[in-house]
Design a protein around this ligand. Structure first.
Ligand code: ZN
Length: 134
């Protein structure tokens, strides 16, 4: 598999409206709008920075994965996303190496990207997202 770069950092916030104050107003990063991914019960906001992006994540529901994360650990970095050349190939390779996956096959994320999560138990506690953008 070929990992191309860090695509984005996923940061769980209680409120994008409040969260973006720091990233956008204080640091001056461009706020590129929001997108709700209902299947994940999350609204995302992307702030491009150089070759990568900050992705703010706000839960749309109390039982969504981001709400559960904040309940357990508070606001903060929730996942790191690496862009790969071919996500299907990457998942096959990881499966063959016995790496525990949350998503065996890619699903659609924000911006139409194909994404898949690896299990934190397989990655020293980091929730790793693979993503492929065409
Ligand atoms: Zn992400």
């Amino acid at each position: 598999m070929k990992v191309l770069k860090i695509d984005h950092l996923g940061i769980a916030v209680k409120s994008i409206e409040n969260g973006k104050n720091f990233w956008s107003d204080v640091l001056g990063m461009e706020f590129a709008g929001t997108e709700t991914v209902e299947a994940q019960k999350v609204t995302t906001a992307f702030l491009p920075v150089g070759e990568s992006e900050v992705e703010l994540l706000e839960s749309t529901s109390d039982d969504g994965p981001v709400a559960k994360y904040i309940d357990k650990k508070g606001e903060g970095i929730q996942h790191v996303a690496f862009r790969v050349e071919n996500i299907e190939e990457a998942l096959e390779e990881l499966k063959a190496k016995g790496i525990r996956l949350i998503d065996e096959t890619p699903r659609r994320g924000a911006g139409g990207a194909k994404i898949a999560f690896l299990h934190p138990k397989a990655t020293s506690g980091v929730l790793v997202e693979l993503c492929q953008r065409d």
